[in-house]
Structures are given as C-alpha cells and as structure tokens.
Design a protein around this ligand. Structure first.
Ligand code: FE2
Length: 374
C-alpha cells in the first residue's frame, strides 16, 4: 500500500486572534458619580473597585457590568496625574478599548513587529485568585488597545480590584454585548487607521461609506468599517468630509481636542424595553420627526415589532440583504458634545443603518444648531 501526504486543509488564518471585547475604560473627572450614573441610568451592576481602601493611592476605578459588557470608570487624585491631564484636555472620554486574547505577550510582540506603537509592555499581576497578563498598543488619538490574557484568573475583574456591589438595587436594561465601537479621526487620517487595523491586527475592511452616502445639505463624513477575524470586533472609523457647514465629526474633534472614541453601540434583544427604560431613567436620545415613520415600512418591509412602539420610542429601522436592524442614538453623555451611545437590535442584518444616515444627520444638525456649532 502506498501512503500519501494529506494536502493542507483549506482554512482562513486569523493572524491576530481576539476572543472579544474585554473591557472599556473611561477616564472621567469624578468616577464615583459617573459609576452611579451607569448604575442608575444604564442599569449596570457594580462588581469591583480599586482605590485607597485597596492600597491604590493615586486613583480610583469602579467596574460595572451588564451582560458581557464591562466598563471601568477611573479618576485620579493629583492634577499632575496623566489621567487628570487626559480629562483636562479631552473631557470625560474613552481611554482603553481592551481586547481579550489567549496570549497577551505574543499578541503584543506580533503587533509591535508589524508596526504598532507600544503603550506599555507585557506585565503579569497576581493575587490569591491567579494571574493576568496585559500589554497595550496605541491607536488613534490617545486611545489604546490593552490586550488582556485572563485564562489563569478566577477573581472578579483583575488583580488589585476588590469585589464591590451596588449600593442600590440595579435593574438590568437588557444590554447584551458591545456591537461596535466607532472612532473619529482627523481629516485625511481614516485610511491610515484602516491600514493599521489591517496590517497590525489582521482586520478586514467590511464596508465603506463615502460622502455621497453620508451627507445632508450641510455636512458630510466618510466612514470605513474594519472587523477582526471572528467578526466579534467591529471598528468603524470616521473622518470629516467637506460640507457647507461644520460636520459633526469636526465638532467632536474640536471638543475632544483630537481623535477619539465617538460612540459605543450596545446590543439588546428588546430595544423597545431597553429604550423605554433608558428614557424613564433620564437618558435623552436624538429625535427624528414623526414623518420618518410614514414611509419606513415601504423602505424596510415587514418587521416583527409594532410600528407604534418604535414611533413612540423614536427607534429607527433599516434593512440589508440579510435582515433588518433597529437602532437609536443617545445625545452626548457628558457636557462636551463628544461620546454617545447607540442601542441596536439586529434581526439578521449585519450592516450599520445606511438607510438612516440622512434622518440621523439631520437630527444631529438640529442639536449642533442649538449648540451654535453648525
Ligand atoms: Fe454605530
């Protein structure tokens, strides 16, 4: 009998495996109050804390969780601390988009060898619950991607954090996971960052929107969406395009003082309930006029939800070849018109609501007009 060599299996190689979003860290002016905002208004559960009481002398961090989503809310005490300087410059904002990997040192070395800039080198921290290795690379603006390896850790969050529970009863609003995180970058920088995600982190370009897709009479923007190997991580990158007036991206860049995270999209299975609860808790959303709903079903076809509920909650609908999606955008969640949230419920659609762009942008322009920044 002869033997033969098996041919190579045909597989698509993921050159930078990521299991999912590990956490998102906000640098803010008052972490205690901001963490209560996420508990009371967004229904996150407080799970962990780090601060003077746990031996951390220079800063405090509160960790809140809902579904698979973990937010870390951090403030520093001294005005000279890099976190305080970050807040002074950018206002409250997102510093870390942390990614869960199997081998942080390996992923870091790979990223550096492919041209990434280091934010910090691999470091292993330990406590009685095991050990975690983290390393970090820089992305647009002052934002960083921290790579987190936690397979040998059983504690509540990371070594150094103590378990802490919410002082009030928190009602979950049905947040499931982070659907996508959007970055705003300066004019002419979008392609540089798309290339970064492609070359350094093995992401693929998913979709491109040009200024013809995304424009109104006044403003325009361009956007490219990149996604990692397993599709769990999606990062749309926006840059301003020339319009008659100042675009929403320029307004963001002016107020954030540079590139940064624009919005975080949160997936839910019951958007009507989620949005109704958020509204009852005081969260404000962008407004689209009632006449949006006059023609929406002609555009998107049959949907499971009652159109009256969507109209009442001002939820938008869009469809692609694979299904439909429901989405809505909050107003900025801090005083500067910078970071906001999207709530999204997908019914098969994998796209980003292109059919809603015009209605949305007009809604944003109405807000800009009120702020005098259009
Ligand atoms: Fe989005």
């Amino acid at each position: 009998m002869s033997t033969s060599t098996l041919s190579q299996p045909i597989t698509v190689t993921d050159t930078f495996p990521i299991n999912g979003t590990d956490f998102i860290e906000f640098y803010v002016g008052n972490a205690k109050q901001t963490s209560l905002f996420y508990q009371h208004c967004f229904g996150f559960e407080l799970i962990a804390y780090k601060g003077p009481e746990t031996g951390c002398r220079d800063l405090v961090s509160y960790v809140v969780k809902q579904g698979k989503i973990r937010f870390v809310i951090t403030s520093a005490f001294s005005p000279d601390h890099e976190i305080s300087k970050h807040v002074a410059l950018h206002g409250d904002g997102v510093k870390v988009l942390a990614l869960w990997v199997d081998n942080a040192a390996d992923a870091y070395q790979k990223a550096i060898s492919r041209g990434a800039e280091s934010a910090f080198e691999p470091i292993t921290t330990k406590d009685e619950n095991g050990e975690v290795t983290m390393a970090s690379i820089k992305t647009y603006g002052e934002t960083i991607h921290t790579l987190v390896e936690r397979s040998k850790y059983t504690g509540v969050f990371l070594p150094g954090y103590a378990p802490k529970s919410s002082p009030v009863k928190v009602n979950s609003l049905g947040f499931k996971y982070v659907d996508h995180c959007v970055g705003n970058v300066e004019l002419g920088q979008m392609n540089k960052w798309v290339k970064f995600y492609e070359e350094v982190m093995g992401f693929k370009l998913l979709v491109t929107f040009d200024d013809k897709d995304i424009s109104t009479d006044y403003t325009a923007l361009m956007s490219k969406v990149v996604s990692n190997g397993n599709g769990f991580i999606k990062f749309p990158i926006n840059e301003p395009a020339a319009g008659k007036k100042k675009s929403q991206i320029e307004e963001y860049l002016d107020f954030y003082k540079g590139a940064g995270v624009q919005h975080i999209a949160i997936a839910t299975d019951d958007i009507v309930h989620t949005v109704e609860s958020l509204r009852n808790n005081g969260i404000e959303f962008l407004y689209v006029p009632d006449n949006y709903y006059d023609t929406v079903l002609e555009r998107v076809g049959k949907i499971d939800e009652d159109l009256n509920d969507l109209k009442r909650m001002n939820i938008l609908v869009d469809r692609d070849e694979e299904g439909y999606l429901l989405q809505i955008f909050t107003k900025p969640i801090q005083d500067r018109p910078t970071v906001f949230f999207e709530i999204i419920e997908r019914h098969g659609a994998k796209s980003f609501g292109k059919g809603n762009f015009k209605a949305l942008f007009e809604a944003i322009e109405r807000e800009q007009e009120l702020r005098g920044t259009l």
